[in-house]
Design a protein around this ligand. Structure first.
Ligand code: 0GY
Length: 302
């Protein structure tokens, strides 16, 4: 095996995405957006970052868009994952393949040039992600994020924050001081075993209640669950967010589910959870269409 082939071999404990997700019974409303998903590689064209904490299975745009069509979704928001570092090329390539049917959330360095920022914007990027999970990024100084926030202000981008709710007590003052719209990943990663009244989720709800600048993703039942499929234990959390913040909540598949070691979800089953989180047609329309379109296609679509 060559050195480069060895470098991109997936981690042995990294589960590949589901080979043949089922067709969901639930059909989303016209124009629905998968507002959190990723592409990985293909690593022979878009090498993973040398500093990455995991090496995934290649997950190309063509597979993502086939799932979009299978599920009756219309659009994707592709979030740069840490395994690609600050090289957003694979994501930009995927967006370009989608026509106007994809947008992106980038990961950037504070010293990015103005030209590169504009190139990302022209390529469909509408936000940056600040990832506070130590297992994914180590311990970046907070000052780095402040400087990035300053750089993106003129473009009207929002900030996506990814943290564990247990860390929110410490992180909340920093997150509150961030400028503009701030979108919280994966329900703020509450401890599901503690229930919807647990301390961590209470902090997430407090943040959401405190300021209309905060949005949240009702995503990742497969990651948050303690009980496992069909993720009944996560339903009260999703429902609390969708009903409590109907105009500031978005949904996504999280395909291809990086770093899942317990099991790999059937993405069709994740789509079938939508009406359990959003029990009325009105809530589904906001969650899947109106809210993500306001954030990612504010100029509308042709
Ligand atoms: C996780 C979840 C994710 C991983 C990444 O940037 C990443 O590598 O985002 C996810 O899908 O959001 O907890 O490993």
């Amino acid at each position: 095996m060559t050195a480069s082939a060895a470098a991109t071999r997936p981690d042995p404990d990294y589960l590949p995405f589901h080979p043949a997700p089922s067709t969901p019974a639930y059909r989303p409303p016209a124009g629905a957006v998968d507002a959190h998903c990723h592409v990985f590689g293909p690593s022979d064209r878009f090498p993973f970052a040398p500093e990455r904490k995991y090496t995934p299975v290649d997950a190309p745009a063509v597979t993502l868009f086939a799932l979009r069509d299978l599920f009756g979704l219309s659009r994707n928001v592709i979030v740069q994952a840490t395994c690609h570092g600050t090289d957003n090329t694979a994501m930009l390539d995927a967006i370009a393949q989608a026509g106007d049917r994809a947008r992106g959330v980038a990961v950037i360095a504070p010293d990015i040039s103005g030209e590169e920022l504009q190139r990302l914007h022209d390529g469909g990027v509408r936000g940056v992600r600040f990832n506070f999970l130590k297992r994914l990024v180590g311990n970046a100084p907070l000052d780095r994020y402040v400087r990035i926030a300053e750089r993106i202000g003129a473009l009207g981008w929002h900030i996506v924050v990814y943290f564990e709710s247990a860390e929110l007590a410490e992180l909340a003052p920093f997150v509150r001081a961030l400028p503009g719209t701030v979108v919280i990943d994966h329900m703020g990663r509450p401890d599901v075993a503690a229930g919807v009244d647990g301390d961590g989720f209470a902090r997430v709800l407090d943040l959401m209640d405190s300021d209309e600048r905060f949005w949240i993703k009702a995503t990742c039942p497969e990651r948050l669950t303690v009980a496992g499929p069909p993720y009944d234990d996560v339903v009260p959390f999703g429902r609390r967010l969708v009903e409590g913040f109907p105009d500031r909540v978005i949904w996504g598949t999280d395909w291809p589910h990086p770093n899942m070691v317990s099991h790999m979800p059937d993405d069709g089953h994740l789509v079938d959870m939508i009406p359990r989180f959003a029990p009325t047609a009105e809530l589904q329309q906001k969650l899947l269409v109106d809210n993500p379109m306001r954030l990612y296609w504010p100029e509308g679509v042709a």
